[in-house]
Write a protein that binds this ligand. Sequence first.
Ligand code: ZN
Length: 360
Amino acid sequence: MEQPSPATSEPTHGPIPSAVPTATAGRRDFLRNAIIGASVLSSMRAAFAGHALPIVQSAAPAPSGGAVAASGSTVPGTIRLAHLTDIHVQPELGAEAGMASAFNHAQSMKPDLIITGGDAVMDVFEAKRARAEQLRAIFQGTLKRECGVPVHHVTGNHDILGWNRKKSESTGSEADWGKRFACDLFGVARNYYTFDHGPWRFICLDSVQPKDDRYTAYLDDAQYEWLQQTLAATPKSMPIAVVSHIPILSLTALTYGAPRSREHVGTDTVIYHGEMHTDATLLHDLFKQAGNVKVCLSGHVHLLDHCMIDGISYICDGAVCGSWWKGSVEGIPEGYGVLDLRPDGTFTHRYERYGWQARK
Ligand SMILES: [Zn+2]
Protein backbone atom coordinates (compact mmCIF):
# COMPACT_ATOMS: atom_id res chain seq x y z
CA MET A 1 0.00 0.00 0.00
CA GLU A 2 1.46 3.31 -1.01
CA GLN A 3 0.99 6.02 1.56
CA PRO A 4 1.89 9.48 0.37
CA SER A 5 3.65 11.37 3.11
CA PRO A 6 2.09 14.69 4.07
CA ALA A 7 5.63 15.93 4.53
CA THR A 8 6.20 15.80 0.79
CA SER A 9 2.68 15.82 -0.61
CA GLU A 10 0.85 19.08 -1.01
CA PRO A 11 -2.09 18.01 -3.10
CA THR A 12 -4.52 20.85 -2.72
CA HIS A 13 -4.78 23.64 -0.23
CA GLY A 14 -2.26 23.36 2.53
CA PRO A 15 -0.96 25.57 5.28
CA ILE A 16 2.68 25.29 4.36
CA PRO A 17 3.65 28.69 2.95
CA SER A 18 4.49 28.23 -0.70
CA ALA A 19 4.59 31.83 -1.87
CA VAL A 20 2.78 33.36 -4.78
CA PRO A 21 -0.49 31.93 -6.14
CA THR A 22 -2.10 33.13 -9.35
CA ALA A 23 -5.71 32.86 -10.39
CA THR A 24 -5.02 29.91 -12.63
CA ALA A 25 -1.99 28.13 -11.24
CA GLY A 26 -1.71 25.51 -8.54
CA ARG A 27 0.38 25.99 -5.45
CA ARG A 28 3.27 23.96 -6.78
CA ASP A 29 3.61 26.53 -9.54
CA PHE A 30 4.29 29.28 -7.06
CA LEU A 31 7.47 27.84 -5.64
CA ARG A 32 9.65 29.84 -7.99
CA ASN A 33 8.60 32.91 -6.03
CA ALA A 34 9.40 31.46 -2.64
CA ILE A 35 12.31 33.79 -1.98
CA ILE A 36 10.19 36.90 -2.49
CA GLY A 37 7.48 35.38 -0.31
CA ALA A 38 9.79 34.51 2.55
CA SER A 39 10.51 38.05 3.67
CA VAL A 40 6.83 38.99 3.45
CA LEU A 41 5.86 35.91 5.43
CA SER A 42 8.32 36.59 8.21
CA SER A 43 6.91 40.08 8.72
CA MET A 44 3.36 38.62 8.61
CA ARG A 45 4.26 36.06 11.25
CA ALA A 46 5.36 38.87 13.52
CA ALA A 47 2.09 40.66 12.87
CA PHE A 48 -0.06 37.57 13.53
CA ALA A 49 1.83 36.74 16.71
CA GLY A 50 0.60 40.01 18.15
CA HIS A 51 -2.89 40.10 16.67
CA ALA A 52 -5.82 41.16 18.74
CA LEU A 53 -8.38 38.43 18.02
CA PRO A 54 -9.14 36.38 21.12
CA ILE A 55 -7.02 33.22 21.33
CA VAL A 56 -7.37 31.50 24.67
CA GLN A 57 -6.63 28.22 26.34
CA SER A 58 -9.10 27.56 29.09
CA ALA A 59 -7.60 25.94 32.17
CA ALA A 60 -10.92 24.58 33.35
CA PRO A 61 -14.19 23.73 31.64
CA ALA A 62 -16.27 26.79 30.96
CA PRO A 63 -19.65 26.97 32.67
CA SER A 64 -22.53 25.53 30.71
CA GLY A 65 -25.94 27.06 30.26
CA GLY A 66 -25.27 29.81 27.79
CA ALA A 67 -23.09 32.78 27.13
CA VAL A 68 -22.06 35.32 29.65
CA ALA A 69 -23.18 38.72 28.48
CA ALA A 70 -21.05 41.82 28.81
CA SER A 71 -22.89 42.57 32.02
CA GLY A 72 -21.76 39.21 33.40
CA SER A 73 -25.19 37.61 33.34
CA THR A 74 -26.15 34.51 31.34
CA VAL A 75 -28.45 35.03 28.40
CA PRO A 76 -31.22 32.42 28.45
CA GLY A 77 -31.63 30.40 25.27
CA THR A 78 -28.03 30.87 24.16
CA ILE A 79 -26.49 27.90 22.39
CA ARG A 80 -22.80 27.09 22.32
CA LEU A 81 -21.20 25.89 19.09
CA ALA A 82 -17.73 24.39 18.81
CA HIS A 83 -16.37 24.81 15.28
CA LEU A 84 -13.60 22.28 14.66
CA THR A 85 -12.22 22.72 11.20
CA ASP A 86 -9.31 21.31 9.19
CA ILE A 87 -8.64 18.26 11.31
CA HIS A 88 -6.68 16.49 8.56
CA VAL A 89 -6.59 13.24 10.50
CA GLN A 90 -3.98 10.72 9.36
CA PRO A 91 -1.95 7.84 10.80
CA GLU A 92 1.18 10.01 11.03
CA LEU A 93 2.34 12.57 13.63
CA GLY A 94 -0.08 11.40 16.33
CA ALA A 95 -2.99 12.96 14.48
CA GLU A 96 -5.55 10.43 15.71
CA ALA A 97 -4.65 11.30 19.31
CA GLY A 98 -4.71 14.97 18.32
CA MET A 99 -8.23 14.68 16.95
CA ALA A 100 -9.34 12.88 20.13
CA SER A 101 -7.70 15.58 22.24
CA ALA A 102 -9.43 18.37 20.31
CA PHE A 103 -12.85 16.73 20.65
CA ASN A 104 -12.34 16.10 24.35
CA HIS A 105 -11.22 19.66 24.96
CA ALA A 106 -14.12 21.04 22.93
CA GLN A 107 -16.62 18.96 24.88
CA SER A 108 -15.19 20.27 28.15
CA MET A 109 -16.59 23.62 26.96
CA LYS A 110 -20.06 22.04 27.19
CA PRO A 111 -21.10 22.81 23.61
CA ASP A 112 -24.65 22.16 22.50
CA LEU A 113 -23.35 21.10 19.12
CA ILE A 114 -20.16 20.67 17.12
CA ILE A 115 -19.64 21.43 13.45
CA THR A 116 -16.57 20.10 11.68
CA GLY A 117 -15.65 22.59 9.00
CA GLY A 118 -14.12 20.38 6.30
CA ASP A 119 -10.81 18.76 5.48
CA ALA A 120 -11.62 16.11 8.08
CA VAL A 121 -9.12 13.72 6.52
CA MET A 122 -5.65 14.20 5.09
CA ASP A 123 -6.14 13.70 2.04
CA VAL A 124 -8.35 11.66 -0.32
CA PHE A 125 -8.33 14.10 -3.24
CA GLU A 126 -5.14 12.49 -4.53
CA ALA A 127 -4.91 9.36 -2.40
CA LYS A 128 -5.19 5.84 -3.70
CA ARG A 129 -8.05 3.60 -2.60
CA ALA A 130 -6.40 1.82 0.33
CA ARG A 131 -5.14 5.06 1.87
CA ALA A 132 -8.54 6.71 1.45
CA GLU A 133 -10.27 3.85 3.25
CA GLN A 134 -7.68 3.95 6.03
CA LEU A 135 -8.29 7.68 6.57
CA ARG A 136 -12.07 7.19 6.57
CA ALA A 137 -11.77 4.46 9.19
CA ILE A 138 -9.59 6.64 11.44
CA PHE A 139 -11.93 9.64 11.18
CA GLN A 140 -15.15 7.70 11.72
CA GLY A 141 -13.67 5.56 14.50
CA THR A 142 -12.27 8.54 16.40
CA LEU A 143 -15.49 10.48 16.01
CA LYS A 144 -17.56 7.57 17.29
CA ARG A 145 -15.29 7.06 20.30
CA GLU A 146 -14.72 10.67 21.24
CA CYS A 147 -17.81 12.71 20.31
CA GLY A 148 -20.86 12.62 22.55
CA VAL A 149 -22.71 15.72 21.37
CA PRO A 150 -24.67 16.38 18.17
CA VAL A 151 -22.21 16.85 15.32
CA HIS A 152 -22.64 18.11 11.76
CA HIS A 153 -20.07 18.19 8.99
CA VAL A 154 -19.06 20.43 6.14
CA THR A 155 -17.13 19.07 3.15
CA GLY A 156 -13.62 20.30 2.41
CA ASN A 157 -11.48 19.83 -0.67
CA HIS A 158 -9.39 17.14 1.04
CA ASP A 159 -12.53 15.05 1.72
CA ILE A 160 -13.37 14.55 -1.97
CA LEU A 161 -12.22 11.24 -3.41
CA GLY A 162 -10.07 11.03 -6.49
CA TRP A 163 -10.65 14.32 -8.27
CA ASN A 164 -6.98 14.16 -9.16
CA ARG A 165 -7.49 11.07 -11.31
CA LYS A 166 -3.86 10.66 -12.20
CA LYS A 167 -2.42 10.67 -8.69
CA SER A 168 -5.31 8.74 -7.15
CA GLU A 169 -5.35 6.29 -10.06
CA SER A 170 -9.13 6.60 -10.13
CA THR A 171 -11.32 6.55 -13.23
CA GLY A 172 -14.19 8.68 -11.99
CA SER A 173 -16.64 5.83 -12.42
CA GLU A 174 -16.14 4.35 -8.94
CA ALA A 175 -19.40 4.26 -6.96
CA ASP A 176 -18.05 6.47 -4.18
CA TRP A 177 -15.90 8.76 -6.35
CA GLY A 178 -15.81 12.48 -5.62
CA LYS A 179 -18.32 13.98 -3.21
CA ARG A 180 -20.11 10.65 -2.71
CA PHE A 181 -17.13 9.62 -0.59
CA ALA A 182 -17.49 12.79 1.51
CA CYS A 183 -21.23 12.17 1.97
CA ASP A 184 -20.51 8.62 3.13
CA LEU A 185 -17.69 9.86 5.38
CA PHE A 186 -20.09 12.24 7.10
CA GLY A 187 -23.23 10.10 6.90
CA VAL A 188 -25.28 12.59 4.88
CA ALA A 189 -27.32 12.16 1.72
CA ARG A 190 -26.19 15.52 0.31
CA ASN A 191 -23.29 17.67 1.40
CA TYR A 192 -25.18 20.95 1.61
CA TYR A 193 -28.11 21.16 3.94
CA THR A 194 -29.78 23.14 6.68
CA PHE A 195 -30.80 22.35 10.24
CA ASP A 196 -32.06 24.22 13.26
CA HIS A 197 -30.64 24.17 16.74
CA GLY A 198 -32.39 26.20 19.41
CA PRO A 199 -33.33 29.60 18.02
CA TRP A 200 -30.70 29.48 15.24
CA ARG A 201 -30.82 28.11 11.70
CA PHE A 202 -27.58 26.67 10.33
CA ILE A 203 -26.83 26.51 6.62
CA CYS A 204 -23.95 24.20 5.71
CA LEU A 205 -22.59 24.87 2.24
CA ASP A 206 -20.41 22.96 -0.19
CA SER A 207 -17.69 25.37 -1.33
CA VAL A 208 -15.69 23.04 -3.49
CA GLN A 209 -16.22 22.72 -7.24
CA PRO A 210 -14.04 20.93 -9.79
CA LYS A 211 -11.53 22.77 -11.97
CA ASP A 212 -9.45 20.52 -14.20
CA ASP A 213 -7.90 18.01 -11.82
CA ARG A 214 -8.03 20.50 -8.95
CA TYR A 215 -10.80 22.61 -7.39
CA THR A 216 -12.17 26.10 -7.09
CA ALA A 217 -14.60 27.79 -4.68
CA TYR A 218 -18.22 28.72 -5.45
CA LEU A 219 -21.76 27.36 -5.22
CA ASP A 220 -22.95 25.58 -8.33
CA ASP A 221 -26.29 26.63 -9.83
CA ALA A 222 -28.41 24.04 -8.03
CA GLN A 223 -26.91 24.89 -4.65
CA TYR A 224 -27.19 28.63 -5.24
CA GLU A 225 -30.90 28.25 -6.04
CA TRP A 226 -31.36 26.09 -2.99
CA LEU A 227 -29.63 28.74 -0.87
CA GLN A 228 -31.91 31.47 -2.23
CA GLN A 229 -34.98 29.36 -1.43
CA THR A 230 -33.68 28.45 2.03
CA LEU A 231 -33.04 32.08 2.93
CA ALA A 232 -36.45 33.12 1.60
CA ALA A 233 -38.16 30.38 3.61
CA THR A 234 -36.48 31.31 6.89
CA PRO A 235 -38.45 33.61 9.18
CA LYS A 236 -36.76 37.00 9.44
CA SER A 237 -36.85 36.69 13.20
CA MET A 238 -34.60 33.62 13.04
CA PRO A 239 -30.84 34.26 13.13
CA ILE A 240 -28.78 32.31 10.61
CA ALA A 241 -25.24 30.94 10.79
CA VAL A 242 -23.68 29.89 7.48
CA VAL A 243 -20.80 27.41 7.50
CA SER A 244 -18.56 26.78 4.49
CA HIS A 245 -15.15 25.18 4.22
CA ILE A 246 -13.53 27.83 2.03
CA PRO A 247 -14.10 31.38 3.29
CA ILE A 248 -16.82 33.34 1.54
CA LEU A 249 -15.05 36.56 2.52
CA SER A 250 -11.75 36.63 4.36
CA LEU A 251 -8.79 38.90 4.83
CA THR A 252 -6.61 35.81 4.91
CA ALA A 253 -7.18 35.50 1.15
CA LEU A 254 -5.15 38.69 0.84
CA THR A 255 -2.58 38.19 3.57
CA TYR A 256 -1.93 34.55 2.71
CA GLY A 257 -3.37 33.50 -0.61
CA ALA A 258 -2.88 36.51 -2.86
CA PRO A 259 0.07 37.02 -5.18
CA ARG A 260 3.18 38.46 -3.58
CA SER A 261 5.41 39.85 -6.24
CA ARG A 262 6.22 43.23 -7.72
CA GLU A 263 4.72 42.22 -11.05
CA HIS A 264 1.22 42.63 -9.55
CA VAL A 265 1.78 46.13 -8.19
CA GLY A 266 -0.34 48.65 -10.08
CA THR A 267 -2.71 46.00 -11.42
CA ASP A 268 -5.96 44.58 -10.10
CA THR A 269 -5.76 42.90 -6.73
CA VAL A 270 -5.84 39.18 -7.39
CA ILE A 271 -7.29 36.67 -4.95
CA TYR A 272 -6.50 33.04 -5.65
CA HIS A 273 -9.70 31.20 -6.64
CA GLY A 274 -9.01 28.36 -4.26
CA GLU A 275 -8.61 30.59 -1.18
CA MET A 276 -11.93 32.46 -1.14
CA HIS A 277 -15.33 32.04 -2.82
CA THR A 278 -15.28 33.43 -6.34
CA ASP A 279 -19.00 34.20 -5.88
CA ALA A 280 -18.34 36.13 -2.66
CA THR A 281 -20.08 39.31 -3.80
CA LEU A 282 -23.17 37.44 -4.99
CA LEU A 283 -23.43 35.55 -1.73
CA HIS A 284 -22.87 38.65 0.39
CA ASP A 285 -25.65 40.43 -1.52
CA LEU A 286 -27.97 37.50 -0.84
CA PHE A 287 -27.13 37.54 2.86
CA LYS A 288 -27.55 41.30 3.03
CA GLN A 289 -30.98 41.09 1.39
CA ALA A 290 -32.02 38.32 3.76
CA GLY A 291 -31.16 40.53 6.73
CA ASN A 292 -30.88 37.73 9.27
CA VAL A 293 -27.57 36.11 8.33
CA LYS A 294 -25.41 36.96 11.32
CA VAL A 295 -22.24 34.95 10.94
CA CYS A 296 -20.44 32.98 8.23
CA LEU A 297 -17.84 30.51 9.51
CA SER A 298 -15.06 28.93 7.51
CA GLY A 299 -11.66 27.30 7.71
CA HIS A 300 -9.38 26.04 4.91
CA VAL A 301 -6.70 28.71 5.29
CA HIS A 302 -5.63 27.56 8.81
CA LEU A 303 -5.51 31.20 9.88
CA LEU A 304 -7.78 33.35 11.99
CA ASP A 305 -9.65 36.47 11.02
CA HIS A 306 -12.94 38.24 11.60
CA CYS A 307 -14.38 40.62 9.01
CA MET A 308 -17.63 42.44 9.70
CA ILE A 309 -19.62 44.29 7.07
CA ASP A 310 -23.33 45.15 6.70
CA GLY A 311 -23.99 43.50 10.06
CA ILE A 312 -22.60 40.14 8.90
CA SER A 313 -19.50 38.64 10.51
CA TYR A 314 -17.20 36.49 8.41
CA ILE A 315 -14.99 34.42 10.69
CA CYS A 316 -12.21 32.13 9.52
CA ASP A 317 -11.07 29.84 12.32
CA GLY A 318 -7.62 28.29 12.58
CA ALA A 319 -7.05 24.56 12.14
CA VAL A 320 -7.28 21.67 14.59
CA CYS A 321 -4.16 20.29 12.86
CA GLY A 322 -2.28 23.61 12.74
CA SER A 323 0.22 23.17 9.94
CA TRP A 324 -0.88 19.61 9.11
CA TRP A 325 0.17 18.63 12.67
CA LYS A 326 3.65 20.20 12.48
CA GLY A 327 2.86 23.19 14.68
CA SER A 328 1.27 26.60 14.35
CA VAL A 329 0.67 28.46 11.10
CA GLU A 330 1.92 32.03 11.02
CA GLY A 331 1.37 32.34 14.76
CA ILE A 332 -2.05 30.66 14.78
CA PRO A 333 -1.90 27.56 17.02
CA GLU A 334 -3.84 24.31 16.76
CA GLY A 335 -7.35 25.09 17.98
CA TYR A 336 -11.03 25.58 17.27
CA GLY A 337 -13.71 28.22 17.47
CA VAL A 338 -16.22 28.57 20.29
CA LEU A 339 -19.32 30.62 19.62
CA ASP A 340 -22.07 31.50 22.04
CA LEU A 341 -25.06 32.26 19.84
CA ARG A 342 -27.75 34.28 21.54
CA PRO A 343 -31.45 34.17 20.58
CA ASP A 344 -31.36 37.80 19.44
CA GLY A 345 -28.73 37.02 16.78
CA THR A 346 -25.78 38.49 18.65
CA PHE A 347 -22.91 36.22 19.57
CA THR A 348 -19.43 35.94 20.99
CA HIS A 349 -16.54 34.13 19.37
CA ARG A 350 -13.17 33.05 20.62
CA TYR A 351 -10.45 30.77 19.31
CA GLU A 352 -9.59 28.10 21.83
CA ARG A 353 -6.27 26.28 21.94
CA TYR A 354 -6.41 22.72 23.14
CA GLY A 355 -2.78 22.37 24.10
CA TRP A 356 -1.56 20.12 21.32
CA GLN A 357 2.21 19.83 20.99
CA ALA A 358 3.38 18.89 17.51
CA ARG A 359 5.25 15.56 17.29
CA LYS A 360 7.65 16.57 14.55
ZN1 ZN B 1 -9.26 23.04 2.57
